[in-house]
Design a protein. Sequence first.
Length: 493
Amino acid sequence: MKKSFFKKVLTSTAAIFTIAALTAFGTSVYAVESPTLGTDPAYPLETPASTATVTLKKDIVLFNADACQILSPNVTYSYEITSANVTNATVTTLNGEDTVIIAVRPGVIEALSTDFPRTTEKVEGRITFGAADDAHNNDSEMHDANYNSDSIINLSKKVSSSMEITVDADKIYDPNGDGTQDNQPGVYRYKIADVTTDETLTYSGIQRGSADSTIYLDVYTKYNSENNGLEIYGYVLLRSTKDGSNVSLEYDNSAAEETIKITGFDVESENGNVQGGTVKKAELKSDSYYTYNVEVGHEMAGDLADKQNNFPFRVELSNPVVTSQADFYYQITKDGAAKTAVNTSLSPFGSWTLDGNSADPANDLQLQSGDKIVITGLPAETKIKVAETNDTDDIYAVSATGNGTSLVLKNDDDTTGTSISVRKNGTAEMNDEFNVSSGDSTDKIVFTGTLKSVSITGLTFNIAPFAFITIAGVGLLVLVIRNKKSYASKSKI
């Protein structure tokens, strides 16, 4: 009788505490896709182990003025992983028919490691795109890009990278390594913060998105088979929209729309449950990389213009903002046939030059009439200046347009105008830089050299004054001689 009574009291008391706990944390509870205790966490390990490797993903959405394929931006993201400041977070789940509430504990920082530096308070992480800072090699892989003005963004047009975080359950159990237990089984939470500076992104031409810069990692541990240590049987990456480090989780498949399980700083995690892999541009939360293109063409006009001559051109690019050796590529078209595209990059100072006057074959840029060079994937704020050298014996009138508008040129004498005379071995150069990222399509610069035929009528007209003077002089001389003879005859006796 007494045992039955006490059993009922204990059961009732447990139920009261359970309800109280659920009520206390109800305002900060989110649903996650799968249960934890007794079954699988969101990322279950196939076999529980003393260590687990967590892959943290990162994406950058790509854009181009003409939706061309482009090269990856060059940037390294920095992360700090610390123990989450947890005070009252819980995980609520079911074990059979019983409701179980598990406390979430601050992560043990000694148990984490990456390939990067660490201290007693934090572990550093990095995710690199393109090439590393001082070991730069042009990224040879092309990536599809969205069109700049699209209102609907295709999230598959991105570049992806990742880093790995290793968790050691033995160091959760015994962080000091002295052979004694310091921590019990349970859920341990870590805070992962994106600490990449605005300057780093700006120097790489990347626009920061509006997604949260902080996510969390929950590591699920239990005793090993010998009960003398811990092992990991799963983990969850999550994003908190309410309570930060103290977000509580309730595992309930019936509320999947409230799921906050993520895979990192990738587009799927940052942009929610997207339909068909697209999102409205105004609602895009991921980081973005915008690029632009420019075409430089050459035309010859006039009956005497040499349309077969290869005129040396010089193309100079500069970018006062993006100085991270941004990758792009160029392709020259000659006689209607396109050469193989060449991958290249801005220097660490944000500049690049291709000069047809150079003795280096790699810098060869010589264009006949109808030839062109197309440069693709330039980061925002890139500017261009073009110059043409007249390597013939003739004097050409040279003009240029940018997107159909006349450009001011200058020659070696610093004469400026929209049409200037260029003598042998002289140069016609754009007086001002042209902003490549000024429109939503490929910018077009065209240089035109003109040499018209000589008018025969004009030639006759031009020598007429000299002929008149000559004839007049001869006539005057004849008159003088005649007068002299007449005077001599009259003077005879």
